[in-house]
Design a protein around this ligand. Structure first.
Ligand SMILES: Nc1ncnc2c1ncn2[C@@H]1O[C@H](COP(=O)(O)OP(=O)(O)OP(=O)(O)O)[C@@H](O)[C@H]1O
Ligand SMILES: [Mg+2]
Length: 251
């Protein structure tokens, strides 16, 4: 963006144009709320991270956004449209794709069949879309006919991400996509996520590895006890001594 009056570049504020807005969201599992009054904004072409200690409510926030559980208060909107009454499969059609931490591929189906399943809401173009994703994930191309259970942990994670991309989402929600992976696979997952956000997707990621996530995140939300705790630019938070002391020691 350029300031027309003086001709100098002007920094675009993070989340200046969010596609996804969660506002004052309270939710739980039938008992007392697990998350309360939580806010989050995510823009296309950015990686938005949700960080925080175990049990902080990160996965719960992602589940509410994905329509897996309903908020008891607050709203979730995508391009200004309220999502709260939509079913998860309807949310997929609106451009929201959710990759849970576990059970994110079908082990007995082949890699190609998993991709087909990911594109189940597409009426046409499934084959073409799968072919394009194979260009992006070359390790999958070599094993399209193999059952997913025969893939390595890293390849399975790639398959889960590729499945989530079959619907050409505008928002990709991922719950700990690098958990338990060897360092070279962790790096590869990040490289793919950066490529995905560079294609204009709003990538929203829950992560445990705080330091690495902050190096890639455009904006990060740190949750604690089910609430927003700190938020900021990834680089700024990385330099925040209090945050480093509180959370980065472990990763
Ligand atoms: N299906 C469920 N039913 C009841 N309580 C749940 C359920 N899932 C999570 N909780 C509770 O909600 C709280 C927040 O859990 P959540 O999974 O959102 O945390 P998290 O920040 O993702 O933690 P972690 O880093 O360990 O994945 C925890 O106290 C957890 O026990
Ligand atoms: Mg979790």
């Amino acid at each position: 963006m350029v300031d027309n009056q003086v001709g100098l570049p002007v920094a675009v504020a993070p989340h200046a144009d969010p596609i996804l807005i969660a506002e004052n969201v309270t939710a739980g599992y039938g008992g007392p709320p697990v998350i309360s009054d939580v806010n989050l904004r995510a823009a296309r072409g950015e990686i938005t991270a949700i960080l925080g200690p175990n049990g902080a409510g990160k996965s719960t926030l992602l589940k509410v956004i994905a329509g897996v559980i309903r908020p008891t208060q607050g709203t979730i909107s995508l391009r200004g449209e309220d999502l709260s009454m939509l079913q998860p499969q309807e949310l997929v059609r609106t451009g929201l794709s959710y990759i849970p931490q576990v059970a994110n591929v079908f082990p007995s189906l082949t890699v190609y069949e998993n991709l087909e399943m990911g594109g189940y809401v597409l009426r046409t173009g499934v084959k073409e879309r799968a072919e394009r994703l194979c260009e992006m994930f070359p390790s999958l191309k070599a094993c399209l006919r193999r059952p997913a259970r025969t893939l390595s942990g890293g390849e399975r994670r790639m398959l889960a991400i590729a499945r989530g991309l079959m619907v050409d989402p505008s928002v990709l929600l991922l719950d700990e996509p690098t958990a338990g992976l060897a360092p070279r696979f962790v790096q590869s997952v990040w490289e793919h996520l950066i490529a995905v956000k560079d294609q204009g997707v709003a990538v929203v990621i829950v992560e445990q590895n705080t330091r690495q996530t902050l190096t890639y995140a455009t904006w990060a939300y740190v949750m604690a006890f089910g609430r927003n705790h700190i938020e900021g630019n990834g680089g700024d938070l990385l330099n925040d001594a209090a945050l480093v002391d509180a959370y980065i020691g472990k990763g």
